[in-house]
Design a protein around this ligand. Structure first.
Ligand code: AHR
Length: 501
């Protein structure tokens, strides 16, 4: 029997709730249909926002939402999305399917959505095709309380009080779709653009995020920090609060992503191997950040992550609509455990994307809505939000194929404000159940409860069978006389256990 040894005395740091964040882009059916249906829709809505989706996201405890992109962000001109809807400019969404964007969902609508969700606001600004003035005015429009051209315009558009903007991204993927820049060039633009992301006296100033690397582009991280580091060191707060990282899991590489639902054991383990790469990326980008920011004041913001497969057959290739199976659930389980364990550096993450795109937690079809296996992982892991990471040691075995070997178990452990311990464990094996004994350094388990998500590796929910995979109470555990806990976790499963000592 494998052992998980937990040192309940050793708190390693706070797990920032925003690690459990999400991303919504003007892409496919994410915003329109998925989140926003308009006030005149027959689909039940509050001010145009789908009631069913908002309720499910609140239940999942969504902490922060990023918008409007993605690649869309560096093409987005925010003034096109304010004022009377009839007069808002229309544009072509060149990145995503060449469809008409009527700008009926803009700044006011996004703020309304975040208000209904009760989540923090992460706005991504336009560096690729936007001006410094445009970015500066957007921040003024959203956050200034006094008399000024932009604050007055906001009032004219029906919003008296400023909104709270928690995070502001200075461009997106500026090494690629956000302008194809070199790191030195972008580093200098970052210095300039961020200057005008003013702090208008919000209670907590807007936190600025610098565009970081794609996957393992360590050169980008090094050069951007080298170009900005004199400021990074002098003015840590107010200059750069986060550096982003984007990493998508494609089991067969970018050219051969494969089907989201039709895959075999080889692809399963290849996908798990790719998911584990997140750990190496955080360590290596983190090492570079340590040389410029040894006190870890700048967060590594993994503001795009998740599985990216082929689109569902028959759907618009530009809409990136994909299904979501137990494989996605295990990838999410592994990744969130990695983030928890690196909470000293990872301060926010945003899985891509919230509804109807890539690794979504929700899929919709007309009035119908289904929750994906990934939804349940976020729901089961929500107890880690703002909890203290605890020291834990897990005995694992390497499993997989000749090509790829991965640890059989993923885990992380935290203690919440009431002193309850939360353990999240995933059994990555598609065939073998796993017996685990959980031991505590000094105390004994007094009471516990657990939930599980499990199913065949390809199992997923559909609009015809919406509850094939769902979180269920789990009874496959017992507390021993010595105060340890013995669990038998089925193959292909994720468990959340809450323990009172
Ligand atoms: O999430 C889809 C796209 O992936 C985003 O728009 C872009 O930032 C990334 O390349």
């Amino acid at each position: 029997m494998a052992k998980l040894i937990i040192n309940e005395k050793k708190k390693l740091g706070r797990i920032n709730a925003d690690i459990y964040g999400h991303f919504s882009e003007h892409l496919g059916r994410c915003i329109y249909e998925g989140l926003y249906v308009g006030e005149d829709s027959e689909i039940p809505n509050v001010k145009g926002m789908r009631k069913d989706v908002v309720e499910a996201l609140k239940e999942m405890k969504i902490p922060v939402l990023r918008w409007p992109g993605g690649c869309f962000a560096d093409e987005y001109h925010w003034k096109d999305g304010i004022g009377p809807k009839e007069t808002r400019k229309k544009m072509v969404n060149t990145h995503w399917g060449g469809v008409l964007e009527d700008n009926s969902f803009g700044t006011h609508e996004f703020m309304e959505l975040c208000g209904q969700l009760g989540c923090k606001v992460y706005i991504n600004g336009n560096v690729g095709s936007g001006t410094v003035q445009e970015m500066s005015e957007w921040v003024e429009y959203m956050t200034f309380d006094g008399v000024s051209p932009m604050a007055d315009l906001r009032r004219k558009n029906g919003r008296e009080k400023p909104w709270k903007v928690d995070y502001f991204g200075v461009g997106n993927e500026n090494w690629g779709c956000g302008g194809n820049m070199t790191p030195e060039y972008y580093g200098n633009l970052y210095r300039r653009y961020q200057t005008y992301v003013r702090d208008y006296g919000q209670k907590n100033p807007v936190l600025k995020i610098c565009c970081g690397a794609n996957v393992d582009d360590y050169h980008w991280t090094e050069q951007v920090l080298a170009t900005t580091h004199d400021h990074v060191q002098k003015e840590m707060h107010g200059f750069m609060d986060g550096l982003s990282l984007h990493y998508y899991v494609h089991p067969g590489g970018w050219e051969k992503k494969g089907s989201a639902t039709q895959f075999g054991v080889e692809e399963w383990y290849r996908t798990m191997g790719k998911a584990w790469m997140m750990e190496e990326l955080i360590k290596k980008h983190g090492d570079i950040m340590d040389t410029y920011d040894p006190e870890k004041k700048i967060g590594l913001m993994v503001d795009e992550w998740g599985c990216w497969f082929d689109v569902e057959p028959g759907t618009n290739p530009g809409f990136l609509y994909q299904q979501n199976t137990m494989r996605d659930a295990l990838v999410a389980g592994i990744t969130l455990n990695i983030f928890n364990k690196h909470c000293d550096r990872v301060k926010m993450a945003n899985i891509a994307q919230l509804v109807n795109v890539l690794q979504s937690v929700i899929l919709t079809e007309g009035r119908k809505m289904i929750l994906t296996p990934t939804y349940y992982i976020f729901h089961m892991y929500k107890y880690h939000q703002d909890a203290q990471l605890l020291e834990g040691f897990m005995e694992t075995e390497e499993i997989g194929t000749e090509e790829v070997k991965v640890p059989d178990i993923t885990e992380s452990v935290s203690m919440d404000a009431e002193g309850n311990i939360h353990i999240t464990l995933g059994n990555v094996s598609v065939t073998e159940a796993k017996e685990i004994e959980v031991l505590f350094a000094e105390k004994k388990a007094a009471e516990a409860r657990a939930d599980i998500l499990t199913g065949e590796m390809n199992a997923h929910n559909t609009f015809e069978e919406p509850e094939l995979v769902k979180e269920e109470p789990f009874n496959g555990w017992s507390i021993t006389d010595s105060g340890s806990i013995k669990l038998a976790i089925p193959a292909c499963a994720v468990v959340h256990m809450e323990v009172r000592l």
